[in-house]
Design a protein around this ligand. Structure first.
Ligand code: DQA
Length: 153
């Protein structure tokens, strides 16, 4: 079932260590904080009459539970799985039960320019779009893309 932007928020999920954005390797991830990311997502969704539900966890199972919640009550998912991107079949399996829900994967850094273990993403197999290397602006692009996919029906 496709939910509309006007009636359900977009779930914005951030994985491990992203709570430390701004302090964590700013030469790679930039100076902005997670609060800045969440404000950007909220402003982007609001321009389209929508809203976001932003959550961050350092725990894989918590992220799985939130993806299940999104399946019931949200209109799309923006996800930066952080390190779990490269390891987690559990997150992929959870996304795979979100049939019909637009899913856009984001990475702040360009994972393809980094260590080879970052080049593969389990989540990309399910994601409708993947945005890498655009800094935190990538989250705005991801929210925009969810909005476009919802509009396309
Ligand atoms: C990241 C890239 C991942 O490889 C890394 O483990 C992260 C952040 C990014 O946003 O660039 O924690 O997902």
């Amino acid at each position: 079932m496709t939910r509309t932007l006007a009636h359900a928020p977009i779930m914005v999920l951030n994985g491990p260590n992203l709570n430390l954005l701004g302090q964590r390797q700013p030469e790679i991830y930039g100076p902005e904080t997670l609060a800045d990311v969440e404000a950007l997502c909220a402003a982007t969704a609001a321009r389209h009459g929508g809203s976001v539900d932003c959550r961050q966890s350092n725990h894989e199972g918590q992220l799985v539970d939130w993806i299940h919640e999104a399946r019931e009550g949200h209109c799309g998912i923006v996800i930066n799985g952080a390190a779990y991107t490269h390891t987690s079949i559990a997150l992929l399996d959870a996304l795979n039960v979100c049939e019909g829900l637009p899913v856009v994967e984001v990475h702040i850094s360009n994972i393809h320019q980094r260590e080879s273990f970052r080049h593969h993403s389990y989540l990309s197999q399910r994601a409708d779009g993947v945005i890498v290397g655009c800094g935190i602006q990538g989250y705005a692009f991801a929210v925009e893309r969810v909005v476009s996919l919802l509009a396309a029906g």
